[in-house]
Design a protein around this ligand. Structure first.
Ligand code: ADP
Ligand code: MG
Length: 334
């Protein structure tokens, strides 16, 4: 008989980042729900080509369409199709998803698996996708450790097919879905005539244009309730945050958070409490926020030195805040 050992707790501390937009009233604000979280659009100014209402209608339609392709909880999604069939034969894949997956595998290689899109089976075993999660067999879980399955995905650029070399893993884009969606919204906003706007997607943030003719000020949290560590003031950018408090599951009174270290198949035990990554690509900021969390503060900082493609604000488990060199003067500690 199934024993219900725990409940998944999804906390809305996902609002790890808040925009301080007190001075200017948005022309239009709308909140919707997608990718299991709330998304708020604030349109401050448009060029008049489209109404803010129409722009938000299109944005919500875009998110619904993308969720339909990415969700592993929808049987007919592109990702479920791959997870169900790609170990048997190459599967023809939607072109947009094909390139997204190829980029993700590049980032998995680049981060030496700290970001790994092939941890779906492990998250599943942990019970993150179950309404009645059962405590996993830890020995069985350990047998999934260190497999580097992202190296087993075969891409055929000509035919846009994807093949899995074996059936021991599944893909999960949970770590980049929101960031990638923000990239698409950025394009949609540019094409629709948004001059100044903001999207807060469960703590991932897109700022467009200028705020009050200047930069945007965003509050950065350590992931705990009321845990604002400071404010960052920057021109338009994309922000993604990964932290251990965002989503967890509890077995026998022990909390297990949702960011997995593929090397152990267990929740990452790095020294990072929360990390926010900022750049002009939501896909990269989202992937690297997860990667930096798993890498830990030293490796993350080494990675930054070698590849300064993103900026970061990292809070370690002792409460120390580390800000990357290029934005240190834009950060104001609380
Ligand atoms: P959030 O989803 O709370 O914004 P992240 O962006 O860090 O946080 O993504 C975590 C999600 O990504 C997990 O819920 C899981 O679906 C998936 N995941 C967990 N560990 C990893 C990992 N090491 N690499 C890539 N995806 C992961
Ligand atoms: Mg992420």
């Amino acid at each position: 008989m199934k024993r219900i050992l725990s409940l998944i707790m999804v906390l809305c501390v996902a609002v790890a980042m808040l925009c301080s937009c007190e001075n200017q009233i948005p022309e239009y604000t709308r909140t919707s729900f997608a990718f299991d979280t709330y998304v708020t659009f604030r349109i401050f100014k448009t060029d008049g080509t489209n109404t803010p209402e129409a722009i938000c209608d299109s944005a919500i339609a875009l998110l619904n369409d993308l969720e339909g392709k990415l969700s592993i909880e929808k049987e007919e999604s592109e990702i479920s199709k791959l997870n169900n069939l790609a170990a048997t034969a190459p599967v023809k894949t939607d072109e947009q998803i094909y390139w997204l997956l190829k980029n993700c595998v590049d980032i998995s290689n680049f981060t030496e698996g700290a970001f790994d899109i092939t941890l779906g089976e492990i998250s599943h075993l942990w019970g993150f996708y179950s309404d009645e999660p059962e405590k996993p067999d830890f020995d069985k879980l350990s047998s999934f450790a260190g497999k580097e399955n992202y190296k087993k995905i075969v891409f055929d650029d000509e035919n846009k097919t994807i093949f899995f070399k074996d059936d021991s893993f599944t893909i999960d884009l949970g770590a980049v879905g929101k960031g990638y969606a923000l990239d698409m919204l950025k394009t949609l906003f540019a094409e629709s005539g948004v001059v100044s706007g903001l999207v807060d997607f469960g703590g991932s943030i897109l700022t467009v244009g200028k705020y009050n003719e200047g930069s945007w000020t965003v509050s950065v949290s350590d992931g705990t309730k009321d845990g604002i560590v400071g404010k960052i003031t920057l021109p338009a950018a994309l922000y993604s945050t990964s932290n251990a408090s965002n989503r967890f599951i509890e077995y026998d009174g022990v909390k297990y958070h949702h960011i997995i270290d593929g090397k152990t198949a267990f929740p990452s035990e790095s020294d990072v409490q929360s990390v926010t990554v900022i750049c002009d690509s939501g896909l990269i900021s989202d992937a690297l926020s997860t990667a930096f969390f798993v890498m830990g503060k030293e490796k993350a900082q080494e990675f930054y030195k070698e590849y300064p493609i993103t900026e970061f604000i990292l809070i370690d488990k002792s409460g120390n805040t580390y800000v990357s060199d290029s934005i240190v003067n834009s950060f104001e500690a609380e």
